[in-house]
Design a protein around this ligand. Structure first.
Ligand code: SF4
Length: 391
C-alpha cells in the first residue's frame, strides 16, 4: 500500500485540480463597494434572458440568492438544471461538487459556471481519490474488498462518485442514506459491508440510529494514518467503515448548547441536520435534510420555539420568513459555510457580465470517463425505492 502525501493549499491559491480547491479567478472583479452591483446583476440577467438559469443553494448569501431562478439543495438544483435544456448557461451559486453534479446531469451543450472557483467544500476535500484507492487496497489486503460496497454522499467530488460507480457502489443524499445503505447491504449477501464516504456523521447516524447497527459495528478510516489507523481484524469485524470526514459547519454544533437552550427556552424543539455529530443528533427532537428542516418550520404552529442546527444563512432566512415562530440558531457563534459564501455579488456580477460579453468564465467540466462512471453511481441512486432528493 502506498501513502500519498497530499499538499494543503489555501483556498484559491495555486492549482489543485484533484480536489475541491480551485484557482484564483482570472480577470478583474467589480469592487464590493460598487453601489451599482445589484443593478448590474439585474441588467446582465435581463440581457441573457432564457439563455441563463441561475441556481442558488439554500446556504447561499441573500445578496446572491435574490437572483436565483430556483433555490434548493444540491441534488434538487442539479435536477432542476437538467430540466432546463434550453438554458445554455447554468450559473451555479453553490460549491464545486454541486457544479460538477450539474455538469454530469445536464446536456453536452449546456455550460455550468461556478462564479468563484475557490468555492469548494471542506467535507468533499476530506476524501480524495488517491486516499480512497489506498483504503480500497487495504481492504483487498484484509481479504474483504469483495464484500465491501462503497457509498458516497452527494457531497463528494465527481471522481469519488465515479469510484463508487466503478466499484459497485452508489451515491446517496441525506434523505435517502438509509435506503442506500439497505441497498448496499443487500449487494454482497450476509457478509456485506459498507464503506461510507466522506461524512462519518451521516454514515454513523444512519447506520446506528435508523438501521439498528451498534457503534461497535462501525470503524473510522483515518486517511492520514497508515492503514487508516485500523488493523486488518478491525476491518474484517466491522459492518460499516466510516471515512473520517465531516462538515466544518454542522460539526460545530455541540450537545452542551442543546442542554443550555433547553434550560433557557421553554418547549424549544431542537431540529438538526444529520451531518451533525452523533452526540448532537441523539439530543435532538427532529433530524433531517435541509428540505426537511424548511418543511418542518413551514408546518410548525405559530408561537412554537425552535433551535436549528444547520447553516446560518438558511436559519436566518427561515427566521425572517416566519416571524410568528421563535427561531434560534443552535450555536453561540456565527457559523456560515465559508466556502459557499465566497460566491458574493462581485463574483456573480463578474460571471454574468462575462457571459453577456460572450466570454464563458469558470466553467466546470467533468472529464468524460469520470462523468460516465459517476453517472452509474447516480443512476443507482435514482433507481432506489423512495425519495432520492435532498442534501
Ligand atoms: S455546509 Fe458543509 S458540506 Fe455543505 S458545502 Fe459547506 S462545508 Fe460542504
Amino acid at each position: 500500500m502506498t501513502t500519498v502525501d497530499l499538499p494543503l493549499l489555501p483556498l484559491g491559491r495555486g492549482r489543485d485540480a484533484g480536489s475541491e480547491r480551485g484557482v484564483e479567478c482570472p480577470g478583474d472583479l467589480p469592487s464590493a463597494s460598487d453601489p451599482d452591483l445589484v443593478a448590474r446583476a439585474r441588467a446582465a440577467k435581463e440581457a441573457l434572458g432564457e439563455r441563463v438559469f441561475v441556481l442558488g443553494h439554500h446556504y447561499q448569501r441573500d445578496e446572491v440568492i435574490q437572483f436565483a431562478d430556483v433555490t434548493g439543495d444540491s441534488f434538487k438544483l442539479a435536477r432542476d438544471a437538467a430540466a432546463r435544456p434550453e438554458a445554455e448557461f447554468i450559473v451555479f451559486c453553490g460549491v464545486h461538487f454541486m457544479a460538477e453534479s450539474a455538469d454530469i446531469l445536464t446536456g453536452p451543450s449546456q455550460q455550468v459556471i461556478l462564479p468563484d472557483l475557490a468555492a469548494g467544500c471542506s467535507m468533499a476535500d476530506m476524501a480524495r481519490l488517491p486516499q480512497v484507492e489506498d483504503a480500497w487496497d487495504a481492504m483487498a489486503d484484509a481479504g474483504i474488498q469483495d464484500v465491501v460496497v462503497p457509498v458516497t454522499y452527494m457531497n463528494s467530488s465527481a471522481d469519488i462518485k465515479a469510484f463508487c460507480g466503478r466499484n459497485g457502489g452508489v451515491v446517496c443524499t441525506s434523505s435517502n442514506a438509509e435506503v442506500a445503505l439497505e441497498w448496499a447491504f443487500e449487494q454482497k449477501g450476509p457478509d456485506s459491508k459498507v464503506l461510507f464516504l466522506p461524512d462519518q456523521h451521516l454514515g454513523r447516524n444512519t447506520a446506528v440510529l435508523k438501521m439498528g447497527y451498534t457503534l461497535d459495528d462501525c470503524v473510522v478510516w483515518n486517511p492520514h494514518l497508515p492503514g487508516g489507523g485500523l488493523t486488518p481484524d478491525q476491518l474484517r469485524d466491522a459492518k460499516v467503515i466510516l471515512w473520517k470526514g465531516h462538515c466544518s459547519v454542522h460539526g460545530r454544533f455541540s450537545p452542551a448548547v442543546v442542554d443550555e437552550l433547553r434550560a433557557t427556552i421553554p418547549d424549544v424543539q431542537i431540529l438538526v441536520h444529520p451531518e451533525c455529530t452523533h452526540e448532537v443528533v441523539l439530543k435532538a427532537d427532529l433530524v433531517g435534510s435541509t428540505e426537511f428542516i424548511i418543511k418542518t418550520i413551514e408546518a410548525a404552529p405559530a408561537g412554537s420555539s425552535w433551535a436549528i442546527g444547520t447553516e446560518l444563512n438558511l436559519v436566518k432566512r427561515l427566521a425572517d420568513a416566519h416571524p410568528d415562530k421563535k427561531i434560534a440558531f443552535l450555536d453561540k457563534n456565527v457559523c456560515y459555510c465559508s466556502t459557499m459564501n465566497r460566491i458574493d455579488l462581485p463574483h456573480f456580477v463578474w460571471a454574468m457580465e462575462s457571459l453577456v460579453a460572450g466570454e464563458v468564465v469558470n466553467q466546470i467540466q467533468v472529464d468524460p470517463d469520470t462523468e460516465r462512471d459517476a453517472l452509474v453511481a447516480l443512476q443507482r441512486m435514482l433507481d432506489l425505492p423512495g425519495k432520492s432528493d435532498k442534501d
